[in-house]
Design a protein. Structure first.
Length: 405
């Protein structure tokens, strides 16, 4: 047989399989309580509304909805995305500032490939979204890790110090990839003053901000802060969000808000990737916005997730060793835990899975794989009973690992 590995291009060989996807394969069909994935609770899907919308579209607009469409997105859908973006506080935009993607994952892939070359300096949070890091690793940039504290959030003092250091060395940061609201995986949310400060730093040191707002509509404790894009006066922020958390991940829809010049670059790139985002899901999501399905369903999603979060946090508080730290997310789907430093969460995973519980080791959420003692725990998908039982099992494993190390 041909050894195809020897034929792979360099960038292909640098791409890694998603650790979360691999874990989902391992747990599929087994009696394992999975705290690993980032799956929404299926009970929150507005299934009946989606069925009615789909029936109406197939009956009335099948000629258009089942046809090829434009690369940047169906115009009537983009008009509704302008309205949806305004609900997040992003105003002063029109359809030309909107670009529709196959989930926000495709948006990140295209933007990083358009902007980031080998050797460029890019700042990322430590920890950060591992799928974004996997894309970036293949681009071979120089990473600058900005620590995220469970209480204080993203360390902008550290960012500013790094910016000054680069300037002294006649080097320049090109981009900061940041998840300011309900950060995945750390669960932290950047306060208003820090958002303003970050934009000021971007202006002073002339870099682009890539804002990932996957959970902006899923803040269930307090108000959801205005996105960086809403505060941006210079067009430095490229914003992306997704329907996976607010409607259905199966539709595979995301969108970008950016300046016209960036939208044009995305259009050229996407024409060479997949021509356009599937048309039918765009029509379905258009009607879900237009008919108020998304906004009317959000209270149910939020109440479901805050209850589950509280169950997980209560179980962690009761069972985790006192040496551990964890986030108190005000939104999203995850709790992130910092275990005692002598624990290797990656090595501990096999023992945990043998006992019947899975999680995602935190090292992959660090650009340099430094977070060996960390883990991400999902509360959105498991039942409340599974959350309690899963944390109890995991706590016993952690305590054993701590006493034996």
């Amino acid at each position: 047989m041909v050894n195809y590995q020897s034929f792979l291009g360099m960038e292909t060989s640098l791409l890694k399989s998603s650790e979360i996807r691999d874990l989902l394969k391992l747990t599929e069909g087994k009696k394992v309580i999975s705290l690993a994935g980032g799956l929404p609770d299926p009970s929150t899907f507005p299934s009946e509304d989606i069925r009615k919308i789909t029936d109406d579209i197939i009956r009335d607009e099948s000629a258009q909805a089942l046809q090829y469409s434009t690369t940047s997105g169906v115009m009537s859908f983009k008009k509704e995305l302008v309205n949806l973006s305004k609900m997040r506080g992003i105003s002063s935009i029109n359809e030309d500032n909107i670009f529709v993607t196959v989930g926000s994952q495709e948006a990140l892939f295209m933007i990083f490939n358009i902007f980031i070359d080998k050797g460029d300096y890019i700042a990322v949070e430590n920890p950060s979204y591992l799928a974004a890091l996997n894309i970036l690793r293949a681009r071979q940039p120089n990473f600058i890790g900005i620590d995220v504290d469970p209480q204080k959030g993203t360390n902008l003092d550290q960012l500013e110090a790094k910016l000054k250091e680069l300037k002294r060395e006649n080097k320049k940061l090109k981009m900061f990839y940041v998840i300011p609201t309900a950060q995945n995986p750390a669960g932290t949310t950047m306060n208003f003053d820090d958002r303003k400060r970050l934009l000021d730093l971007a202006s002073e040191y002339d870099f682009i901000i890539m804002e990932d707002d996957a959970y902006g509509f899923l803040v269930f404790e307090g108000d959801s802060p205005a996105p960086l894009r809403a505060l941006d006066k210079e067009g430095r922020v490229i914003y992306t969000s997704t329907f996976s958390k607010i409607l259905s991940p199966g539709l595979r829809l995301g969108w970008v808000v950016a300046e016209n010049d960036i939208i044009k670059e995305l259009e050229i790139y996407k024409q060479n990737v997949d021509l356009h985002t599937p048309t039918l899901p765009q029509y379905i999501a258009r009607e879900a916005i237009k008919r108020g399905v998304i906004m009317n369903n959000l209270p149910k999603v939020k109440s479901t997730y805050i209850e589950k979060r509280d169950v997980m946090l209560s179980a962690i508080e009761e069972n985790f060793p006192k040496e551990a730290k964890w986030s108190h997310p005000v939104g999203g789907m995850f709790v992130f835990s910092w275990l005692p430093e002598k624990i290797n969460a990656t090595k501990m995973l096999e023992k945990a899975m043998n006992r019947g519980v899975a999680y995602v080791p935190g090292a992959s959420f660090y650009h340099d794989y430094s977070g060996k003692n960390t883990m991400r725990l999902n509360f959105s998908y498991p039942s409340k009973e599974e959350l309690k039982k899963g944390i109890e099992i995991l706590s016993k494993v952690i305590k054993e690992e701590f006493s034996n190390s």
